[in-house]
Design a protein around this ligand. Structure first.
Ligand code: 0A1
Ligand code: ZN
Length: 878
């Protein structure tokens, strides 16, 4: 294992490579333990590189079998080969071909990077630096080549052979039982987009005619027998392709688009050119086995990977520091797609909940980094919520600031200018600066300054002058490596609401025609004229910037917004802010005023009677209390997770009891009415009914248990079944254990459903859970080498079970440390991701902090750690 933990890669050190590769011809002879790869690389010196440089090709655990230049074997003294590098000191200073033969063992590749086997099938994962585990290469994204790949395998072992691009030839290798397929991808691409697949797979397909009338075959490959669970994914692909044509004028550019589902995968999915490889969790779905959330995720991830064809593949990244260029932009695009396909306000709230739960937490902890990091030790550790989600927020702010039309013109210009190139964040911003004539240099700070700005807003009404003034102040707290912060360019979309609910005019010189006020100094204020009555301000509508806000509004004023704001996001936000204030007080043991509690519950009661059925999905969000993790973030220091847990239980009880009648009516009124459909409206009704069930269980555990049991037994789909089970998890006793057993019996042969069963139990908020999790690790359905299993059980325990992971005796931390070290020997990427659960350790109270620190020190001190884990451990301790 690598131990070169000190090596740091810096953006400022970027320089073009000394050589380029124009064409790659690969011949891959698949074999379970000894796959042979012959690579013929058409190389030439890079005019922008150094003239006398050696040729240094990257490798990773490679075995060199043969090497030739222009067809002639290279004598031993003229090169140096190790598993991680191939160096030719005096390569030709003209175009030449390099032929490299390597041998690799896909069966023992447990890192799931490069070429590996999953359930017996061969597949690859090359982003970020996996191609170097297949052959020696200039494995950096600014080296773009045209690939032709011949794949050969036993016909029985791998009847299906897939590569990037279009199929150009296939046939038998006479008399050997082997066959081959040749794939050619005419679009130059970096090595991280290379892929191949070989195996026994079932297929579903449909034709697609592009906007210019070209015929494309769309196909999804899955484990044989599971074809009927791939329909939704195929449908989502078709919808994504239409949407990108309609909204961004982007057309697909090959004859086939293939998706392959595999069961061992480190991430969600991968956008390899023409051959996307997916974690099967994000392809397979049936009403019996997938929840509404699963369907929504499948739709979003299928779209995400498809959209990368333009934002990532046609225009790729110059270097890995530019990762957000493709990821932030593509997340933005998939969010827009889901908003158009579903409900925009509901989706926006979901996006913000994820951003706060993952990115704000990251930004507030030891792993905080800019959207475009300036340095890294291990790039795999930068596929983060900051790069992805905050990266998407930057694109969204840009659109908010310049308006829809200029945004679209900027995107067109970006795609046109940068097509076929490896671009930078500067190239992206330049397109928008050029179409608008704006100076975006201050805005660009969002890419380089880490940390979440906090904006404090104070309002003052002048009765005599009929003016209303808003004072703004922004502060960004220090983050690792950035002790001093500059003010950001923050778009504030705002409006004013009269106390009786009427929207008030909120225009003025400083508010743009898109309704945006730019806060770009540390402090600023804004005055509205002719404001007839004292208003309630509604700021950051639609969550117009990724900031934290302090508002000097009373609960009563916030509840005016909940009732009347025209901005759905801020209606939801108002409900959450009031609930959060009460939850924080309860958690800290402070008394809460009866009138405050009553204010919230009567507002919710009237919300339920008047509004809930108008938009059930939105109502479900309003009626969901902030999570324990949200409350911890809000408190920010000396966290006692037990106190937070009990505070939330108490609030749930009080709201449940106060709204009981209405909730019961809702629950009955929303009863399941027949055939399952995953559409947003039906999912919204289920979501509301299930939130209702949870609150009722909080109010009256006996009623909750009875109702949840009935729902569990009669549910016609996984959403309702799982929701009832989740409620039962909060109610210790025989009914709960019985339901756990029934579920297991029913789904023991369905790994993706068993994952839900692992998660459910890992999240039980009681002392015995850690023991239960340990016991489940020996369950026949569990496997320490499968990322989905490990994340479902161990990951869920650490990320979802605030109270038990952060146990006062430190045993939750010790457990995670032990598993991280075990997993690290097999799959460093997976281990490093698990380890990020320690990202909140400094916020804990003293005892827990010291236990967590000891566990981290133990990890960091272990010899032979992977670079992935040692990087996270070190940064967590800094
Ligand atoms: N580009 C992919 C994410 C991805 C990154 C690394 C991987 O292997 C370790 C796999 C996938 C995406 O954004 O979907
Ligand atoms: Zn992506």
């Amino acid at each position: 294992m690598r131990t070169d933990t000190a090596q740091i890669v810096r953006l400022e050190d970027y320089r073009p490579g000394d050589f380029l590769i124009d064409r790659v011809e690969l011949d891959v002879r698949l074999h379970p333990t000894a796959t042979r790869i012959t690579a013929i690389l058409a190389l030439r010196p890079n005019p922008e590189g150094r003239a006398d440089a050696p040729l240094r090709l990257d490798g990773d655990e490679l075995k060199l079998k043969a090497l030739a230049i222009d067809g002639r074997a290279l004598p031993a003294g003229e090169f140096e080969a190790s598993p991680q590098e191939l160096v030719i000191a005096q390569p030709p200073r003209r175009p030449f071909t390099l032929t490299i033969e390597t041998e690799i063992d896909p069966t023992s590749n447990t890192k799931l990077m490069g070429l590996y086997r999953s359930s017996g099938n061969y597949c690859t994962q090359c982003e970020a630096e996996g191609f170097r585990r297949i052959t020696y290469f200039l494995d950096r994204p600014d080296v773009m080549a045209v690939y032709t790949t011949r794949i050969e395998a036993g016909r029985d072992e791998a009847p299906v052979l897939l590569g990037n691009g279009n199929l150009v030839e296939s046939g038998d290798v006479d008399g050997t039982g082997r066959h081959f397929a040749v794939w050619h991808d005419p679009h130059p691409k970096p090595s991280y987009l290379f892929a191949l697949v070989g195996g026994r797979l079932g297929k579903i397909a449909k034709p697609f005619t592009t906007m210019s009338g070209r015929e494309v075959e769309l196909a999804v490959y899955v484990e044989p027998g599971k074809e009927n669970r791939a329909d939704y994914a195929l449908d989502a692909l078709e919808r994504s392709m239409r949407w990108d044509e309609r909204v961004f004028d982007r057309e697909y550019d090959l004859d086939v688009f293939n998706i392959v589902a595999v069961s061992d995968f480190n991430m969600g999915a991968m956008e390899n050119k023409g051959l996307n490889i997916f974690n099967d969790k994000y392809v397979l779905a049936s009403p019996e086995m997938a929840t509404d959330a699963d369907y929504a995720n499948i739709e979003a991830i299928i779209a995400h990977e498809y959209f990368h064809n333009w934002s990532g593949n046609r225009v790729t990244c110059r270097d890995w520091f530019q990762l957000c260029l493709k990821e932030g932009l593509t997340v933005f695009r998939d969010q827009e797609f889901s908003s158009d396909e579903r409900s925009r306000p509901v989706h926006r709230i979901a996006e913000v909940k994820t951003l706060r739960a993952r990115q704000f937490v990251e930004d507030a902890g030891p792993l905080a980094h800019p959207v475009r990091p300036a340095q890294y030790r291990e790039i795999n550790n930068f596929y983060t919520a900051t790069v992805y989600e905050k990266g998407a927020e930057i694109v969204r702010m840009l659109k908010t600031i310049i308006g829809d039309e200029d945004f679209r013109r900027g995107m067109d210009l970006y795609f046109e200018r940068c097509d076929g190139t490896a671009a930078t964040v500067e190239d992206f911003l330049r397109a928008f600066a050029d179409v608008t004539g704006r100076d975006l240099s201050h805005f660009a700070r969002w890419y380089v300054q880490s940390g979440t700005p906090r904006v404090t807003v104070r309002g003052a009404y002048d009765e005599g002058a009929k003016t209303y003034r808003l004072d703004f102040e922004q502060v960004t707290p220090p983050t690792p490596g950035q002790p001093v912060k500059e003010p950001m360019a923050i778009p504030v979309v705002l409006g004013l609401v009269a106390r009786d609910g009427r929207p008030l005019q909120a225009t003025g010189e400083r508010v743009s025609r898109h309704g945006v006020f730019m806060l770009d100094k540390t402090t600023d204020s804004l005055t509205f004229e002719d404001v007839a009555t004292p208003p309630v301000p509604s700021v950051f509508r639609g969550f117009s910037a990724p900031v934290k806000t302090s508002l000097d509004l009373s609960n009563e004023e916030l509840l005016v917004l909940l009732r009347h704001d025209t901005d759905a996001f801020n209606r939801w936000e108002a409900s959450q802010t009031v609930a959060m204030r009460l939850l924080v007080s309860l958690s800290k043991g402070d008394p809460i005023l009866d009138e405050d509690m009553l204010g919230l519950s009567s507002a919710l009661n009237s919300f339920i009677s008047n509004d809930a059925m108008r938009d059930p999905a939105f109502a479900a969000l309003v009626l969901t209390l902030p999570s324990e993790a949200d409350i911890a973030q809000e408190i920010g220091r000396d966290i006692d997770p037990d106190a937070i847990h009990h505070a939330r239980i108490e609030m749930r009880r009080r709201i449940g009891q106060a709204c009981r009648g209405n909730l019961q009516e809702l629950y009955t009124g929303l009863a399941d009415t027949g055939a399952y459909s995953p559409d947003a409206a039906s999912a919204g009704r289920r979501a509301l009914r299930n939130v209702t069930l949870d609150l009722l269980a909080g109010a009256d555990p006996d009623l909750g248990e009875r109702t949840a049991r009935e729902q569990f037994e009669s549910a016609s789909n996984m959403t309702d079944r799982l929701a009832s089970l989740n409620v039962l998890m909060t109610l210790p006793g025989d009914a709960r254990e019985h339901a756990i057993d029934t579920f297991e019996e029913r789904y023991r042969d369905e790994p993706l459903v068993l994952d839900k069963w692992f998660t459910l139990q890992a999240a039980i908020p009681e002392d015995a859970t850690l023991k239960r999790v340990r016991r489940l690790m020996s369950h026949p359905g569990f496997s320490i080498s499968n990322p989905n299993r490990v994340r479902s059980l161990v990951g869920s325990f650490a990320m979802l079970n605030q109270m038990q992971f952060n146990r006062a005796d430190g045993s939750g931390y010790d457990f995670l440390a032990e598993i991280v070290l075990r997993v690290d020997e097999l799959n460093p990427q997976l281990a490093a991701r698990l380890l990020t659960a320690f990202g909140t350790w400094r916020m804990m109270e003293k005892m827990r902090r010291s236990h967590a620190k000891n566990a981290l020190l133990r990890i960091a001190g272990k010899p032979n750690l992977s670079r992935d884990v040692s990087d996270i451990a070190q940064r967590s301790l800094e």
